[in-house]
Design a protein around this ligand. Structure first.
Ligand code: XMP
Length: 512
């Protein structure tokens, strides 16, 4: 059966991905395409409904993306949000005014008459507004279903056709009844069946993975991170005899991490898992190198070398499993294009070309929280699923300057103390990413009666939604003091601990 889908046309709003997630949380698969996605493709997709997202433009801006007539002619239910609404109002013959009255932030709406879209909502509802343009006159054949406390048109619908629009953002959490509105659109208006969840996704994915793997083996680079763990497990469950998992221990992992990954995956994958200990090769490459980009490149190349050697053993290997997520897919398809390279991210990106493998990306439809839910469905432990992100080049980008075995050991200990305390106090789950870095700086200290001259360690903890921007976590001083004191007392080689209070931007999350 064809997968029931809601199509979201993106007019550039910062909230577009949220719309997609809300639909999925309500049990209907959703898919984002640019606003000018061709009509033939929409027809082929046959969505149960289409959402026109908000956007940063004024409908009067030169070159503002406008699309309505062809969509309206399709006959699918349509929901315009903010800019999406203004564009439809303008093209239906209504009037939209630019910039006179602006509404930003919290507002209240009052309902007018009955509405399928607003079914079950109270007479007055708090909503989140973010617009300069607004509709001043309705086109013929439409009615107002809510107005805002500033007296502006807040929700409209067509009298006969399944066309709806809201000026506010039902997809953000500041609109408490937003999920009801999305639910009404999906089930009352689009008549969706629903039932899309991670269990059904896992079944669907297993069938398609089995079909693809008929003619060859798939190799997966397991890193112990959430994405590669879930991708590997999914493929293994779908086709146990077709998967070869390779876990490269580059010697730059957190304390005990290699053993933990092995302990989780050996019982699950058995003979299908190969652990390659290559720490000394990576360290040898890094000897004498202090420049961050050079470190990243050396590690990337060595990883490909090690992995290629393993892959050669499987002569019938044809596929490479990669844990690409939906936000990466959207990002690379975006017309805005990839941002300037700040850091060369090391992952298996270069591998498919090097090896001549075809890619299998079983998570490319999913958001991160969905991957976690899928992992739970597949029986992976929370210790893997709730892990903070960890960079491919590992501790090498957290040891500032040259990477030595001694520095790796010191940093592993510092990081282990910090993690242990974060977990003990319940902070680990509350912050987005926390870790330690080691500076190539020595400072003077005193221990007992003796002078010490040792290295400085940095603690970094950030809160972020998307890792593109981040704030430092406001961890309590008493907590930081305890961590600092434990580190200085327990880790030989470190006598001073500092806390990084820079946000991103201007800093990045990692130090290199
Ligand atoms: P930055 O330091 O750029 O990091 O603010 C943003 C997020 O990306 C992670 N990171 C990496 N992840 N390979 C990865 O897979 C890498 O080379 C890499 N470098 C940074 C970083 O930990 C943070 O979560």
């Amino acid at each position: 059966m064809k997968r029931e889908t809601i199509l979201i046309l993106d007019f550039g709003s910062q909230y577009t991905q949220l719309i997609a997630r809300r639909c999925r949380e309500e049990g209907v698969f959703s898919w984002i395409e640019p606003w000018d996605y061709p009509l033939e493709s929409i027809r082929a997709m046959a969505p149960v409904g289409v959402v026109l997202s908000g956007g940063p433009n004024s409908v009067y801006a030169v070159g503002a993306p406008v699309r309505w007539e062809d969509l309206a002619a399709l006959g699918f239910p349509l929901l315009g949000i903010c800019y999406g609404l203004q564009a439809m109002m303008l093209r239906e013959g209504g009037a939209v005014e630019a910039g006179q009255v602006r509404e930003y932030g919290r507002a209240k709406i009052e309902r007018r008459g009955s509405s399928r879209l607003l079914y079950g909502l109270a007479e007055h509802e708090p909503v989140w507004m973010s617009h300069g343009d607004h509709t001043t006159k309705l086109p013929e054949g439409w009615k107002i279903t809510a107005v805002s406390d500033a007296g502006l048109i807040a929700a409209v619908e067509h009298l006969q056709k399944p066309f709806y629009g809201v000026q506010f953002h039902p997809e953000v959490s500041h609109t408490p009844s937003g999920d009801k509105i999305i639910h009404n659109f999906l089930y009352r208006i689009c008549k969706a069946r629903g039932g899309w969840n991670m269990a059904s996704y896992a079944e669907e994915a297993a069938v398609s993975i089995r079909n693809r793997l008929k003619d060859g083996l798939a190799i997966c680079a397991l890193s112990g991170g959430v994405d590669s763990s879930v991708a590997t497990t999914l493929v293994y469950k779908a086709a146990p005899d077709k998967l070869r998992g390779v876990f490269v221990d580059n010697g730059l992992l957190r304390k005990n991490e290699a053993q933990e990954v092995e302990a989780v995956f050996k019982p699950r994958l058995g003979e299908a898992l190969k652990v390659v200990k290559a720490g000394s090769e990576f360290l040898a490459d890094l000897r004498g190198v202090a420049e961050p980009e050079k470190k990243r490149k050396l590690i990337g190349h060595r990883f490909i070398e090690v992995f290629k050697n393993e892959a050669r053993r499987f002569s019938d290997a044809k596929y490479l499993v990669q844990g690409t997520l939906y936000p990466d897919v959207i990002e690379s398809a975006s017309s805005r294009g990839p941002a300037e390279v700040i850091k060369t991210h090391h992952n298996v990106g270069g591998l498919p070309q090097e090896l001549g493998f075809e890619l299998i990306e079983p998570l490319r439809d999913l958001f991160k929280d969905e991957v976690r839910r899928l992992g739970r469905e597949l029986g992976l432990p929370e210790s893997i699923l709730m892990r903070h992100p960890f960079p491919g080049p590992g501790l090498a980008v957290r040891i500032i300057g040259e990477v030595t075995l001694e520095a790796v050991k010191i940093l592993q200990e510092v990081d282990a103390v910090f993690s242990e305390e974060l977990r003990a106090e319940g902070w680990y789950e509350r912050v987005s990413q926390a870790f330690a870095a080691l500076l190539p700086v020595k400072s003077v200290g005193v221990m007992g009666d003796s002078r010490t001259y040792e290295q400085v360690a940095v603690l970094r903890s950030v809160d972020t939604r998307d890792f593109m921007t981040a704030d430092f976590s406001p961890l309590p001083h008493a907590f930081l003091a305890r961590v600092a004191s434990r580190i200085a007392n327990e880790v030989r080689g470190v006598n001073r601990v500092v806390y990084d209070i820079t946000s991103k931007p201007p800093a990045t999350i990692e130090w290199e």
